[in-house]
Design a binder for this molecule. Structure first.
Ligand SMILES: Cc1cc2nc3c(=O)[nH]c(=O)nc-3n(C[C@H](O)[C@H](O)[C@H](O)COP(=O)(O)O)c2cc1C
Length: 199
């Protein structure tokens, strides 16, 4: 039984927005239960409908389920600090993006942005399904390229841990507090400007 807090009890928007944006957060406590194939495909389906330049859909996702032969390889890519809590994930995903346009081979300046759009779709879908979906930069990109045969023209972008919510008290010390209080945000005044750059 999870005792992760409800982010809606901790977060308030300064302007009216859809609840799902506040509900999505990145806790670390997972139960170690498997994530069903159908739930996983629903996450990828959400990612599939992300916008992209010229509808390029240049994101690519590799994944390993915890009971599969690929788990140890994916898990081994993570930095120690992420391994400490990802050991209870049900799925590990690696997000990639193709750096050149499929139709003409020219460099695509927004491949990472488009991949990020797809990742956010996945994260929001996961939040709607009450799954933990936690993006991570803390992994070895070079090792990932080699271990997962990622070609040169494909960028290694992100890993995502997916799992059923767990109990924060099962986390190593130092991680427990972070799962008790969902993060807040800077005020809009620090991130938007009318006209030229003026921060
Ligand atoms: C691209 C990216 C990389 C991240 N890398 C890590 C990571 O390696 N380890 C980790 O515990 N959290 C990681 N996070 C989670 C952030 O710390 C988290 O999103 C941020 O603190 C805001 O909190 P929230 O997602 O709960 O709203 C990452 C998030 C993003 C978007």
């Amino acid at each position: 039984m999870s005792s992760l807090p409800n982010p809606l009890d901790h977060r308030t928007a300064d302007h009216p927005i859809e609840e799902i944006f506040l509900k999505r957060w990145s806790p670390r406590a997972m139960s170690g239960e498997a994530v069903s194939e159908s739930d996983l495909m629903t996450l990828f389906e959400a990612a599939r409908w992300a916008p992209s330049t010229y509808n390029e859909q240049e994101w690519r996702f590799l994944y390993a389920t915890r009971d599969s032969e690929h788990w140890a390889t994916f898990f081994g890519l993570l930095m120690d600090a992420n391994q400490a809590w990802c050991k209870h994930a049900g799925v590990l995903i690696v997000g990639l993006s193709c750096k050149s346009f499929a139709r003409n081979g020219k460099p695509n300046p927004v491949h990472s942005l488009d991949c990020g759009m797809a990742v956010q779709n996945l994260l929001l879908q996961g939040a709607a399904m009450n799954l933990v979906c936690h993006p991570m930069a803390g992994f070895d990109r070079g090792k990932t390229r080699v271990a997962l045969s990622v070609p040169e023209d494909v960028e290694v972008e992100v890993m995502i841990a997916v799992g059923k919510p767990g109990d924060p008290s099962s986390l190593p010390e130092g991680y427990q507090d972070m799962d008790q209080k969902p993060t807040g945000r800077k005020p809009l005044s620090e991130t938007i400007a009318f006209g030229p750059y003026s921060f």
